[in-house]
Design a binder for this molecule. Sequence first.
Ligand code: ADP
Ligand code: MG
Length: 249
Amino acid sequence: MLTVSDVSIAFGGFQALRGVSMVARPGSIVGLVGPNGSGKSTLLNIVSGIYRPDAGKVRLNDKPLPLGRIEAVAARGIGRTFQVPRLAQRLTVLQNMLVGARDQPGERLFDLFLRPGRVAAMEADALARSVAILKRLGLVEKANDYAGNLSGGQQKLLTMGVLLMSDPQVLLLDEPAAGVNPVLIEQQVEFLRSLRDEGRAIVLIEHNMEMISNVCDVVYVLDAGAVIAEGTPAEIRDNAEVIQSYLGQ
Ligand code: ADP
Ligand code: MG
């Protein structure tokens, strides 16, 4: 379980988050919504170890996360995607997946020279997992295409696949559906549900309220760096303050 407690951060004189708390349970999808500039991406930057908050704590399974240390946080099983997909455009889809594998055999010189059989086994395992994930994403036919030749929506699916190669317990997804066509959004939704059913926790930033209502168990609404509402999608829809501040109706 991911627990964010009373997190605050300022940039210069600007208070981007003020005492934000949030819980993401294993086997659930948590929505994070709010107007542009309300602090959604900043919160993911803190949870993924990119920024160190001025105050507050983030725990995974009751153990504090080493905030501000990206590698150490990732090693604890927290992975994120970015608003703009970060892929190696001139590597193939499959090569991108293999780069995402947690244990890169070549990185272990000792193994490379002294246990070549072990390296071969790890490579075979990473390859098998890549293909299995690409099948789930409907991208296996594209395995040998350059990532840069995929559509924007397919690239967003691929970033989720690359992320899954490191087998994270918690996935932080920043606007995966933005600019994606409805067919691929439906594919994303199915993929997210399957990740949830495997017992992973997912935090999903999204403007598409239909997608949020479809997949989220709980929704947090941020406004000007503070949580102004939390609840089921239905509760959020009926919340007068949310309607005022976020939907502007
Ligand atoms: P959202 O994702 O909800 O649109 P962000 O979390 O990206 O919002 O940004 C929240 C606010 O914090 C914005 O006003 C943004 O300009 C500011 N901000 C985010 N990161 C930085 C930074 N590294 N330096 C200065 N200001 C930042
Ligand atoms: Mg953002």
